[in-house]
Design a protein around this ligand. Structure first.
Ligand SMILES: C[S@@+](CC[C@H](N)C(=O)[O-])C[C@H]1O[C@@H](n2cnc3c(N)ncnc32)[C@H](O)[C@@H]1O
Ligand SMILES: [Zn+2]
Length: 164
């Protein structure tokens, strides 16, 4: 069966996963797979492609054939993670209809975002930052055109000596 996605260059970061066919809400898109790492047997290796299943098991998704590893993060994603803990399987599913050409995004979770995505470059965050910048710019323009009046100096009191 032809896959409904391809890997391509992302405007967010490096490579990303893009829909090539319409994907309906609720559809399974891709499985995130790789060797299972047991945290009880040792520390996890440093990698940005690790996907935790539970307290003990983590999938090392760094293999190149695991195309799900290219899915970027968005704060308003169009897909989500379905973790089947008993079978130790992670599947990415659409949470709304996705049109061909759209990039597929999941939410990485607050902890990952705070530690590794600073700043987040998703569409929502970039738009918010631009709007904030514009708001600051407008405020500055307002103050340049209508500078706040300087407070009138208080009259000198009789015992003060004015120099010059
Ligand atoms: C699992 S990889 C995703 C695929 C990656 N773009 C690549 O080319 O291999 C996760 C990494 O992608 C980048 N990334 C993903 N989503 C991002 C976002 N919203 N903002 C900034 N960087 C992001 C970060 O470097 C993150 O550590
Ligand atoms: Zn974001």
């Amino acid at each position: 069966m032809n896959k409904p996605y391809r890997v391509g260059r992302s405007s967010i970061s490096g490579l990303g996963l893009f829909a090539t066919k319409p994907i309906r809400k609720g559809a399974r898109i891709i499985r995130y797979f790789g060797p299972l790492l047991d945290e009880k047997k040792g520390k996890l290796p440093p990698s940005r492609y690790l996907f935790g299943i539970d307290d003990q098991w983590t999938i090392d998704g760094s293999g190149r054939d695991n195309l799900a590893r290219y899915i970027n993060h968005a704060c308003e994603p169009n897909a989500e993670v379905d973790t089947r803990i008993k079978r130790k399987i992670i599947v990415i599913c659409a949470i709304r209809d996705i049109e061909p050409g759209e990039e597929i995004y999941i939410h990485y979770g607050r902890e990952y975002c705070a530690q590794y995505l600073n700043p987040c470059k998703c569409v929502k965050c970039v738009k918010e930052r631009i709007e904030n910048e514009e708001r600051i710019e407008k405020t500055q323009l307002h103050f340049l055109r209508f500078p706040p009046k300087r407070p009138t100096p208080l009259p000198l009191r009789r015992f003060e000596v004015k120099l010059n």
